[in-house]
Design a protein around this ligand. Structure first.
Ligand code: NOJ
Ligand code: CA
Length: 625
């Protein structure tokens, strides 16, 4: 059956593209009715037509059958990207005022290019009072003057583009700063149009002391505003009033913000606090309900404006709701951080028991063909262990953050990875090797490529947000000022005197050069991003074996989470004899299966292996689908 809306769709689509350019087979796959329900007030018929066209092009239901999968777009950049997260303010200060800036960041683009990352995730850089490191925005359409001008921003995205590096930015729209003119106007004037952009209550809601995201620091989710003489809702700190995200005008503004930055050259957004953005909010809402349709509207808008832009959702949710975020038809968020795997990975590192991790991998396996996980170890927040059992959590605390000052918000550890792992290079490599080989797209955090440490004398999460350590120059070469915005770590094993990019650059065995090499190899193993995986039996809970299959090629990864060496037998799990030969991609230690088709492997403590299954003629064997 041909597309009912085909003629209209042709009109809507495409400057320069005609119906005949869409393969017939694809064009005729549409079997589902047009979903015409539009959530946002300003989404027009044009978008519905484009959606119809997306269906025709096979964007829908791509996960459900191999036949459809063959029609998948083959160049979704985010499926196999290497993301690198940084904040402008702590990366490099070019004008010596102690605050990192876009000029400084631009000077470091060559470093990032050399490292091999393919996309930067830039943390909030818009105008902000800076009470939550920029996650409290007071003007969505302006660069924080301390970081530079709008011109500097565009120069930066251009410089990145020239080096083949994409940029995604944080989109913080669950809340604004209380200094945002919208909130100021809303609190002063009950008749202002902005009043309804926030959530108010005449009385203190009885559940005001529930639902805090920062327990122990944040006391309440409702605060009385003396000017409005009413209570306002704030899921996070009291200086971050929640936007009324169900309001059509707020939704329209969110689209406008996305459209603005997309126009300035970014490739998408890391959307902050997504479950809260889409939740119902109000004094009578005790059990918020997620309005998933909003996600579809965000995506439609974005792809209408720039087709290959994406949203990476920060949503620490249970696996059973993952598909609501991705969309069963792959029509919502392209990417999500895999918090489930993250927490179980740390449990596995702490306990040498990979079974819960394997379970988490299997539980999060399902995703639309166009969807992708963001795989990370540590980020700028605490390591949230809230999804583990109490016993598991205590085990991770004991191993990686036993002291009260290591822990935060009753659920997590606020340390950077290197000190958590006792600076043990074997364990660091194991952890990063996992991040690069578990299903998804790796997301590094600045400084982790050097094994940077933390400063626990700094409050809350600031301890792991210290400036990048570039060299042995004063203040690690971050700034010429002697008053950096956050103190640079100096002295001790993680001080810039010992841990810095310049020295590691010269040492071929450094963490930096290891990271560069592993990124390079990861890029040559696209099976991880695109393929399907199977966890193989090793008979040893300390060893995780995972194989990916994609386009007639397979790769196999082994990781030993135990401190002591482990010897075990493992089959590649393939029907053909191809699995009898494993070629090691990192060292010359290859493996040939025995008579029984099993490989006998001995992994050193915390050891890992990256194998190509078959041989190095794999590229000659790669199929088209
Ligand atoms: C999540 C961010 O990762 C965190 O740093 C921030 O404090 C909250 N969202 C509030 O925006
Ligand atoms: Ca500066």
């Amino acid at each position: 059956m041909a597309c009912a809306a085909s003629t209209e769709a042709e009109k809507a689509l495409l400057p320069g593209q005609v119906r005949s350019q869409i393969p017939n087979q694809i064009y005729q796959t549409r079997s589902r009715r047009l979903r015409s329900r539009l959530t946002f007030a300003n989404i027009t018929l044009q978008l519905a037509l484009q959606r119809e066209l997306f269906q025709c092009l096979g964007f829908k239901s791509v996960a459900s059958s191999i036949g459809r999968r063959r029609r998948m777009i083959k160049d979704l950049w985010y499926k196999n990207a290497v993301l690198y997260c940084l904040s402008v303010g702590t990366y490099m200060d070019a004008n010596a005022d102690g605050i990192g800036d876009f000029q400084g960041l631009m000077r470091r683009l060559d470093y990032l290019h050399g490292l091999g990352i393919t996309a930067i995730w830039l943390m909030p850089f818009q105008k902000s009072p800076g009470k939550d490191d920029g996650y409290d925005i007071s003007d969505y359409y302006a660069v924080n003057p301390a970081y530079g001008s709008m011109g500097d921003f565009v120069e930066f995205t251009h410089g990145a583009k020239q080096r083949g590096i994409r940029v995604i930015i944080d989109l913080v729209v669950n809340h604004t700063s209380n200094e945002h003119p919208w909130f100021q106007e809303a609190r002063r004037n009950p008749d202002s149009k902005y009043r309804d952009w926030y959530i108010w209550s005449k009385k203190r809601p009885s559940h005001a002391n529930t639902g805090m995201v920062f327990p122990g620091v944040q006391k309440s989710t409702w605060t009385r505003d003396p000017v409005a003489k009413q209570w306002y809702f704030h899921r996070f700190y009291d200086f971050q009033p929640d936007l009324n995200t169900s309001h059509p005008a707020v939704q329209a503004e969110i689209l406008k913000i996305m459209g603005f930055w997309i126009q300035l050259g970014v490739s998408g957004f890391r959307m902050d606090a997504v479950p809260f953005v889409i939740s119902t909010k109000g004094p009578d809402v005790r059990t918020p309900r997620e309005q998933y349709d909003m996600l579809r509207a965000f995506r439609e808008f974005l792809q209408w404006r720039v087709g290959d832009s994406i949203i990476l959702a920060e949503a620490n949710v249970l696996p059973r709701t993952d598909m609501q975020y991705f969309g069963h038809d792959g029509d919502r968020m392209q990417m999500m951080f895999n918090f489930q795997v993250n927490q179980n990975l740390f449990y596995a590192l702490a306990s040498a028991d990979t079974r819960p991790l394997a379970k988490a991998l299997n539980r999060t396996e399902k995703r639309p063909e166009t969807g992708q996980w963001g795989l990370f170890l540590r980020n700028h927040d605490e390591l949230d262990l809230g999804r583990l059992t109490e016993k598991q959590r205590q085990q991770v605390f004991k191993a990686f953050g036993p002291n009260p000052e290591d822990q935060l918000y009753d659920r997590g550890i606020r340390r950077r990875l290197a000190p958590m792992l006792g600076g043990d290079r074997r364990r660091l490599e194991l952890a990063y090797s996992l991040m690069f080989t578990l299903p998804g797209t790796p997301v590094l955090r600045y400084g982790d490529e050097l094994g940077m440490g933390d400063d626990l004398s700094l409050k809350e999460r600031t301890c792991c947000r210290t400036p990048m350590q570039w060299s042995t120059e004063p203040n690690g070469g971050f700034t010429k000022s002697n008053k950096p915005i956050v103190p640079v770590i100096s002295d001790g094993p993680y001080g810039y005197e010992h841990v810095n990019a310049a020295e590691q650059r010269r040492d071929s065995n450094s963490m930096l050069n290891w990271t560069e090499r592993i990124i390079r190899m990861r890029k040559e193993v696209p099976e991880v991003g695109w393929g399907e995986f199977e966890i193989l039996k090793t008979g040893d809970p300390a060893v995780l074996a995972i194989r990916y299959d994609w386009r007639n090629n397979s790769v196999l990864f082994l990781h030993n989470f135990a401190e002591d060496p482990r010897e075990f037998e493992c089959s590649a799990g393939l029907k053909s004899k191809t699995g009898d030969r494993l070629v090691n991609l990192l060292t010359a230690d290859h493996s040939t299966a025995g008579e029984n088709g099993k490989h006998c492997v001995c992994l050193e403590g915390y050891g890992y292996r990256w194998y190509r299954v078959g041989g190095l003629d794999y590229l000659l064997k790669r199929s088209e689908f």
